[in-house]
Design a protein around this ligand. Sequence first.
Ligand code: GPP
Ligand code: MG
Length: 291
Amino acid sequence: MTTAPHVTAAAPVPAQSTYQSRVAEYWNIEENPVNLELGKIDDLYHHHYGIGTADDSVLDEPDPTRRHERITAELHRLEQAQAELLAARLGPLSPTDRVFDAGCGRGGGSVVAHSRYGCQADGVTISAKQADFANTQARKRGIEDKVRYHHRNMLDTGLPTGAFAASWNNESTMYVELELLFAEHARLLRRGGRYVVITGCYNDAYGRASREVSLINAHYICDIHPRSAYFRAMARNRLVPVHVEDLTEAALPYWELRSKADGLVTGIEDTFLTAYKNGSFQYLLIAADRV
Ligand code: GPP
Ligand code: MG
């Protein structure tokens, strides 16, 4: 007697969900002057906001061209301060250490970490355009052997297990499920490694997501998590917070200045200011140890 071979066709699994493809599309065509003009000042291209006291005298500059240059430089200085604050929490690190930049954008954060510690960095972005841009920048700096960018999904990086001394998300967690994200960070980090996130989260004490939080979600095609979700998902993935800092107050001067920066505004500025001021939205840094 013969039996028919039992063939079970595996259900096709998309490498990237429709949502992820839409997000990639956004970043593949994104060319906001607020990102490109700030970045080209010193070839450090950031996709996050700024913190700290702003020098408002730039607004009083009488010459229009000079005024625009000074506002651009001041916004960049505040964004750079944010990147340095995050990088300072990653260490101590040595040149033999590897770090992982989840949602690396045009690459500025990895360059900041490498410049500070001499460490090797791997950045991952879902946008092929951003990965190409960032690798071109690394080549221009002559650090392409130390700082590499990959067009990959931060939830499934293919990078080696336990190989990283530190990792971070700088304003990129709102694009992914936190449980999946932190499982990947916990896999990549060595025991005792450091994870740092800076993020906008909605405030559980306010209630649910406010109108402003929903507008921010629609603007960037993201899904801002509540503050509680971070701590729950970290606890379930071997990430133990060692430092938590509310940066909401420190974020206001950047948004006040950006809202007056003709030619750089994107239209989301007043929404951020309202969301921070009405208490529905918080700008948070969490540093955690991988145990
Ligand atoms: C800024 O990137 C960050 C995001 C798009 C993620 C959303 C962040 C939250 C805190 C909700 P960007 O620098 O590309 O934005 P923009 O073009 O507005 O400067
Ligand atoms: Mg920006």
